[in-house]
Design a protein around this ligand. Structure first.
Ligand code: SF4
Ligand code: SF4
Ligand code: SF4
Length: 327
């Protein structure tokens, strides 16, 4: 196995910065966020979780997807602004989240904006060593990872073991003389989860309990604030608005994050709303993650990162909902 000594990490990041926009976890007040790296010494690879996941670097909160000008010659512009980006320090659960995004955005009709950004990205993950009180990745099978990364770092005291996951990762390691050949380093096995769920037959069980009163108990507490879906690394829904000049000669089309727990998400022309009550909206969020998504793609749409539990102002906890429904 190749090894990178921690004292060489900053030199490695500086080398990456010569070719990539580098993004990695940094401290922000008492928490951690993924941010652009100016100074390699700001990077922190031993962290519990970040406030937001890395999805915003592939699927920005807001972006223009079409600009048009219907003047003498019609001009249309629908090309993403893309740069070579290297994301360092993603935990296995957040790499799984990108794989879920790939399923949704690249499987049937690829989203050209997302696709271009994914193609121009390098992922250097790091195995998490300690779950926080909200994580349940151990139950979701996302505490470890076999694909979706170029390099994966395994913390081993004064050094990192380096797993190579792609041709690009191999070329990178071979092109920088900071990596040594050493003995195999074992991946950590995460222990001490506060939250757990049983995923056996979960999609079917959740659907069978579609009319269970437990949904109302939680639905009545939901404020519809949207924090859970915006913070979720696998939530990919968006809305689109048109912004045209008064004569409809030029304008732009913009998309921005949207989410099923928001009141107007399923609103339609004429004042109708397919999910007019809070319970049906909350139910959609949970069932999408644990029933509809696995039915379509074969994987759960939740990585067990615990972020939605941490941020919910009403203490709505998807593991509690699942455990109460399972009885
Ligand atoms: S964060 Fe909590 S209160 Fe806000 S929409 Fe989500 S479940 Fe409802
Ligand atoms: S549903 Fe919650 S726990 Fe699951 S991936 Fe989304 S934010 Fe993380
Ligand atoms: S339907 Fe809801 S839970 Fe599913 S991806 Fe969209 S916002 Fe997230």
């Amino acid at each position: 196995m190749r090894v990178l000594y921690k004292k060489e990490l900053f030199s490695f990041i500086e080398r990456l910065k010569e070719s990539y926009r580098v993004v990695a976890p940094v401290k922000k007040d008492a928490e951690y966020v993924f941010d652009d790296i100016e100074d390699a010494e700001d990077v922190i690879l031993e962290y519990p979780t970040t406030i937001l996941s890395a999805k915003e670097f592939f699927f920005p909160q807001k972006e223009v997807i079409l600009e048009y000008d219907l003047g003498e010659t019609i001009q249309l512009k629908s090309t993403p602004e893309v740069e070579e980006i290297c994301l360092i320090g993603l935990h296995p659960c957040d790499i799984h989240a990108l794989l879920r995004f790939d399923e949704a955005y690249l499987t049937f009709k690829p989203d050209p904006f997302y696709e271009a950004r994914r193609k121009n990205s390098l992922i250097i993950g790091v195995y998490c060593t300690k779950p926080n009180e909200f994580c349940f990745c151990g139950s979701m099978g996302t505490d470890t990872i076999k694909e979706g990364y170029d390099l994966m770092l395994i913390d081993d005291g004064e050094k990192y073991g380096v797993e190579i996951g792609s041709k690009e990762g191999e070329e990178l390691v071979n092109s920088i003389n900071l990596f040594k050949d050493e003995e195999e380093i074992k991946k950590p096995r995460l222990k001490g989860f506060v939250r757990e769920v049983d995923t056996d037959k979960l999609p079917e069980i959740m659907m069978k309990e579609y009319d269970n009163k437990i949904w109302n108990y939680f639905g009545e507490r939901c404020l519809g604030c949207g924090k859970c879906v915006f913070i979720c690394p696998t939530c990919y829904c968006y809305n689109v608005v048109e912004d045209t000049d008064i004569e409809f000669n030029s304008g732009k089309r913009e998309r921005f994050w949207d989410g099923c727990v928001l009141t107007d998400f399923a609103a339609v022309a004429g004042g109708g709303n397919f999910r007019a009550d809070r319970t049906s909206r909350l139910k959609q969020r949970i069932l999408h993650k644990f029933s509809y998504y696995p039915e379509r793609y074969g994987n759960f749409g939740c990585t067990g990162c615990g972020r939605c539990i941490n941020v919910c102002p009403s203490d709505i906890d998807c593991t509690r909902i699942i455990n109460m429904i399972r009885g």
